[in-house]
Design a protein around this ligand. Sequence first.
Ligand code: TYM
Length: 338
Amino acid sequence: MVDRPVVFSGMQPTGVLHLGNLLGALRPWVLEQHQFQNFFCIVDLHALSQPHDPQELADKTRQVAALYIASGIDPEVSTLLVQSHLHEHTDLAWILGCVTPVGWLERMTQFKDKAHRQDAERIGTGLFTYPVLMAADILLYRTNFVPVGEDQRQHLELTRNIAVRFNRLFGATFVIPEPRIGRMGAGGRVMALDDPETKMSKSAEGETGRIALLDPPARIRSKLMRAKTDSGSAVDVAHAGAGVANLLDIYRGLTSCTPEQLASEFDGDGYGKLKGKIADAVISTLTPIQERYRELMADPTHIDAILAKGATRAREVAGATMAEVRQRVGLLPTAPLG
Ligand code: TYM
C-alpha cells in the first residue's frame, strides 16, 4: 500500500467542546480521515498549563475521546491517543525548547492574551512554553498536514520555524508540516453568537456565545434565537454583516453547501426564519453525536482500551523519531530496561 500523508491534530480536554471545535477541527478530521494516516490526540499535558481540577481533567480526557468517536472518528482507521501516555512528547519538547529562541515565544498572541488576563506572579512557565510542546506533538509523527482552526495558525508557523531551525542545526530530521485551515469551505473561525467580533471559545465566561456539543436541543434553539444579527431585517447572503455571516458560515460548515446554494436557501428570509433553519441543522447534526456519546460513556473501559491501543500504535512512530533525534543531538541510546 502506498503510504498516505500523515495528519496530526489535537484538542485540550478543558472547558466544553463547542461548535467551533466541531467545524474548525473535528468535522474536517472525520471527512478526510480515509485520505490520510491520522493521529488524533487529547492534549492533557497542555491542559495543565492553566489552573485546573485534577478529577475534572481525568473525566474530560475520556469525554473528549468519546466525543471524537461519537463525531465519526473511527479508531480502526485513525489512531487516538492521550498525549501524556507517550513520554516522547515531553522528551522532544525539552530538546526543541533548547533550540527555540525566547523571542519567538514572546510573540505568540495566544500567550499574550492568556497572560494578560492573569497576575504575572501566577502564570506558569508551561503557558509560555506551550507552543513548543505543540511543535513536539506535531513533529514527532513526521506530520504532513495539521487540520486546525484559524486561531492555531501562528502556532503552526512557529512549529515550522522550529523544525527548519532544528534541521539546519542537526541535519534533515523533521518533515515541515502544513496547516490545513478552513478547507471544507467554512468553519475555520466560528464566532461567538453573542459577539460575532470574537471567536466562539471554550473558556469564555458566559455560555450564551457558544453551542456546546452536548447542549440539549431546547438550549441550542434558544441560544441561536438570541444570536446577535445585523441591523437590517432580511438576509442578503452576499452582503451579510458579521452576525448573519457567522450563522451562514455555521450552516455551510454543517452541510458543506456552496455559496450559491446558501443564497438560494436564505436570501430574503427574515432573521427569525434564518435562525430557525440554522437551529434545525445544528440539532440534527448534534443529536446523533450526543446519542453515540452517551452509549460510549456508559462503558469507560472500552474507551480506555481504545486509548491504550492508540498509544501502542503511536509509540511505533514516536519512538522511532525520538531515537533519531537523540542520535542527531548527541544523546547516547537508551539501554533497554533489564
Ligand atoms: P483547542 O483545544 O483550543 O481547540 C481544538 C481545535 O478547535 C479549533 N477551534 C476553532 N475552530 C473554529 N472556530 C472556533 N471558534 C474555534 N475554537 C477552537 C482549534 O483551532 C483547534 O483546531 N493548541 C491546540 C491543541 C493542540 C494541537 C496540537 C493542535 C496541542 N497540540 C498539535 C494541533 C496539533 C488547542 O489549544 O486547541
